[in-house]
Structure formats: structure tokens, C-alpha cells
Design a protein around this ligand. Structure first.
Ligand SMILES: Cc1cc2nc3c(=O)[nH]c(=O)nc-3n(C[C@H](O)[C@H](O)[C@H](O)COP(=O)(O)OP(=O)(O)OC[C@H]3O[C@@H](n4cnc5c(N)ncnc54)[C@H](O)[C@@H]3O)c2cc1C
Length: 436
């Protein structure tokens, strides 16, 4: 009798513990399924940049990857397996793969429906031409943290394995580009006491960071910089990060030559002559290309684009007040710039985008731009194209017909032409990635 009572009590105790857990689990799964269906309907599921590929046979549905993702709901557990539900939000942090206890996640580029082109690189970031290396975003993987880690590994490999300068006129390594990847490569080269030079096409160092809109919040993870120590940021205004790079470059006297656009690399056997636009020649057995992916900005190709009021970058939004401004594009750069301009005094901002929704912007930007639209701070014209830019107006084509808007400035953010032509000219192989 006593045994039966104990069994019944135990049974109810077990029910008491597990039923709420089961109900919560089912509720969470139902929500995840709903999110997946919504994302599918909006075409947001697929990821193209560096993103997780889940091996369903290995996945145990523990949800560690979901918790690890700093971008929010990229992943959810659906029917016991990790599933990408908002691929467009993935920026390739890779923390999901690190968090997976059974190794069910690998990071891949491209997808079967959207092939991504990247330079062919080995595990030391060496191209098919021995002695020419590619680090940072040019290699297909974004984020400051990745640029830093790749540059350190690449220079370490060069220091330990590659031939050095044979005479005074040569360098141990030539670094092209002074963004996060190029600057880290320079510091690492100094740490290994290599004779190096860093060539930067712009008049200032900093790379893409320099071109972020003013006060943009940069999200990153602590990284260890050679000689300097730890960069302990998680979220930081662009200016703080940019000034820190300037300070590091100054304090360590990084040998960077600005205003030096590299236009060609002559390859002869295992030796390279790097040519700049103004006629300089630098020689070495090792070249590290840290060019980023901005390349040259894409143009609209419409009448009036040559006018002085048209620009492809926005740095000082504060300089624009009481103006009629058109921003063109549907990515993070366009949306962030439109918001920065809308924050200034009395500006009237129109954002023209050919798509019917902002599909590939960060979740935070998605929420903010919605607020700006609701508050009437930005007039977004979806499904529109710029037809002509005139001195005092712009003409947009829309499904409802043409509209002419008063205009003082036009900012165009429709992406860039990748520096692949340059790479191909040098003989570097470009490969296609489709999620394999
Ligand atoms: C709007 C925006 C917001 C972003 N926000 C974040 C964020 O919050 N967190 C994050 O981690 N990442 C962010 N990123 C991505 C990050 O900026 C890049 O991944 C990072 O800057 C890549 O560094 P890099 O050194 O490879 O390239 P870049 O920073 O692009 O630097 C490349 C450098 O090479 C130079 N160069 C190019 N061609 C030549 C040539 N022929 N000769 C000489 N010099 C040349 C360029 O002028 C440039 O200075 C953002 C990017 C954008 C566009």
C-alpha cells in the first residue's frame, strides 16, 4: 500500500516538473515555426554571406547556437533541429558554430540560389600565386574581428615560412590597404621585426570605418592587437574606434604611406613589384592585399549624376541642414545615412529604393527606420528608380508614374564594384561558392 502511494506521489511530482517544461517547449517551438513561415513568405530565410550550415544528422536541437547568436533570431530550433529562419540577419560572427557541442555547424559562403565569388585562398590566406596573400573582407568574410584575426595569422605565416628581403631595396612584406586588416598586418609585421611598408590609396588610414556615418555604433568583440594589447569593445561609436586606430598608428609609428593607390603587381617567379598610380615601385617576395570589398562605388548611370551635389559617401551629416536630400539604396549604408541626415536641423529626406521592403538590413536598423518613417522624418519611396538628377530637383520613376522632388543633395549607396578585376589582372584565381 505504502509503495503504491509513493509511486503515485512520485508520478505526480514528475508530472509537476515536466509538464510546465513540455508546455513551454511546445510554445517556443510553435512560435519558431510561425517565425519561419513569416520569414519564408518575406523571402528572408536564405543567407548568402558567411553563414551557418546545419548538419541535421548531427544536430541534437539543444539551442546553444540560438543563444550564442548576437544578431538575434537568425536561428531557432524547429522540430528538434537548429534552423535558419532569418538568414539575411546573419553577418558571419560564427559564434553558433563555436557554441555547438556536437560540431553540427560549419560556416559556408553563398547558397545554391546565389553564388558568391571569392578569391581562392589556402588556410594561411595565400592565393594561387605563392607569396601573394589576401586578408580581411576582400577574402569574403566581413567584420573587424575577422579582419584582425586573419591578418595576424597571415603575417605570422609569412614571418615563419616565407623568403625575406634579399637587399636594402626590398621589403620582407608589402601590405596594401590600411583598414583593420592592413593595420593589424602592419602591427604584426612590426612585432616580428619584418621590414614592411603599408600602402593606402586614401589620404587617411582606417579603411571602411572612416566611411561609416558619423556616430555610427560599431558592434565588435574584444580582439588582441599585436604590440597594443586588447581592444575591449563590444559597442562603440565609430569616432572612438577610428581615433584609437589613429593613435595606435601614431604611437607605434606604423610605416604607412597614404595617397598611394596600388594599380598593378608585376609577378616574376617568386618576386613581386608593386606599382602605385603615381609611379612608385615597391619590391618584395610577399604581398598582403587587405583591400576590403568597397572597391569603387557603383553608379546609377543616369543623366545628372556628374553634378557636384551627388556623392557616394556620407561622413559629416552635420554639414547638411535645411536641405532637400535624396538618399538612394536599400542596404544598411543607405538607411543609416538617411537617418543621420534626418537627425539634422530641418532636413527633408527622401529614401528611394527599387525593392518593395528593406530585406537585408540589420534588425536594429529595421526597427529604427520604421520609427523614422512613422514619425514622418523620412519619406521612403519603395519600387522607385532615379531617372534624372537636375540642378534643383530629381525625377523618380515609380509604379504610379514619375515624381519630381525638390533637391539639394543626392547620396547614392547601391554597393560597389569589387576589386576583382584587379585581382584577375594579377592572375589570382576567383572561385564560386554556393554554400558548400
Ligand atoms: C556601413 C557599414 C557598417 C559596418 N558595421 C560593422 C560593425 O558594426 N562591426 C563590424 O565588425 N564590422 C562592420 N562592418 C564591416 C567592417 O567595416 C569590415 O568588415 C572591415 O572594415 C574590413 O576591414 P578590411 O581591412 O578588410 O577592409 P577595409 O576596412 O575596407 O579597408 C580596406 C582599405 O584598403 C584600401 N585600398 C583599397 N584598394 C586599394 C588600392 N588599390 N591601393 C591602396 N589601398 C587600397 C582602402 O582605401 C581601405 O582603406 C561594417 C561595414 C559597413 C560598410
Amino acid at each position: 500500500m505504502e509503495t503504491l502511494a509513493t509511486a503515485i506521489i512520485t508520478f505526480f511530482l514528475v508530472l509537476l516538473i515536466f509538464v510546465p517544461y513540455y508546455v513551454k517547449f511546445k510554445k517556443k517551438e510553435r512560435k519558431a515555426k510561425e517565425k519561419l513561415e513569416e520569414a519564408k513568405a518575406e523571402g528572408l530565410v536564405e543567407a548568402y554571406g558567411l553563414h551557418p550550415k546545419i548538419n541535421e544528422t548531427l544536430c541534437i536541437g539543444c539551442g546553444s547556437c540560438v543563444k550564442a547568436c548576437p544578431e538575434g533570431d537568425v536561428l531557432e530550433v524547429v522540430e528538434g533541429k537548429a534552423t535558419i529562419i532569418n538568414g539575411y540577419k546573419c553577418v558571419g560572427h560564427g559564434l553558433c558554430a563555436q557554441a555547438c557541442p556536437v560540431g553540427a555547424i560549419e560556416l559556408v559562403l553563398g547558397s545554391p540560389t546565389k553564388v558568391v565569388e571569392v578569391p581562392e585562398l589556402d588556410e594561411n590566406y595565400q592565393t594561387n600565386i605563392p607569396g601573394i596573400f589576401i586578408v580581411g573582407e576582400l577574402g569574403g568574410v566581413g567584420l573587424i574581428r575577422n579582419a584582425v584575426e586573419q591578418a595576424k595569422k597571415c603575417i605570422e605565416y609569412i614571418a615563419k615560412n616565407r623568403p625575406k628581403a634579399k637587399n636594402q631595396n626590398e621589403y620582407d612584406v608589402i601590405i596594401v590597404g590600411a583598414g583593420p586588416a592592413g593595420l593589424t598586418a602592419s602591427l604584426t609585421a612590426m612585432g616580428y621585426k619584418l621590414k614592411y611598408v603599408t600602402l593606402e590609396q586614401e589620404e587617411s588610414i582606417g579603411g571602411t570605418i572612416l566611411h561609416y556615418p558619423r556616430q555610427k555604433i560599431v558592434m565588435t568583440f574584444p580582439v588582441e592587437l599585436p604590440l597594443y594589447g586588447k581592444l575591449k569593445f563590444y559597442e562603440v561609436p565609430k569616432e572612438t574606434l577610428y581615433n584609437l586606430w589613429l593613435e595606435i598608428a601614431k604611437n607605434f609609428s606604423i610605416n604607412v604611406k597614404t595617397g598611394k593607390k596600388v594599380v598593378d603587381i608585376k609577378v616574376s617567379d617568386d618576386f613581386f613589384s608593386v606599382l602605385t598610380e603615381d609611379g612608385d615601385v615597391y619590391n618584395s617576395s610577399n604581398v598582403v592585399l587587405a583591400l576590403g570589398r568597397r572597391g569603387s562605388p557603383k553608379k546609377l548611370g543616369v543623366p545628372g549624376e556628374e553634378l557636384g551635389k551627388v556623392s557616394y559617401k556620407l561622413i559629416e551629416a552635420e554639414n547638411y541642414n535645411d536641405c532637400d536630400i535624396l538618399v538612394v539604396g536599400g542596404g544598411d549604408s543607405a538607411v543609416e545615412s538617411a537617418m543621420a541626415l534626418a537627425n539634422q536641423r530641418n532636413n527633408r529626406i527622401t529614401l528611394s529604393y527599387r525593392g518593395d521592403a528593406f530585406k537585408s538590413i540589420k534588425p536594429r536598423n529595421r526597427e529604427r527606420i520604421k520609427r523614422y518613417i512613422d514619425e514622418g522624418k523620412i519619406n521612403v519611396v519603395f519600387k522607385s528608380n532615379v531617372k534624372e538628377i537636375k540642378d534643383k530637383s530629381v525625377i523618380l520613376t515609380t509604379p504610379e508614374g514619375e515624381i519630381e522632388l525638390p533637391n539639394d543633395y543626392v547620396f547614392i549607396f547601391i554597393g560597389g564594384t569589387l576589386p576583382y578585376e584587379f585581382l584577375k589582372k594579377v592572375g589570382i584565381n576567383i572561385v564560386q561558392k554556393s554554400g558548400n
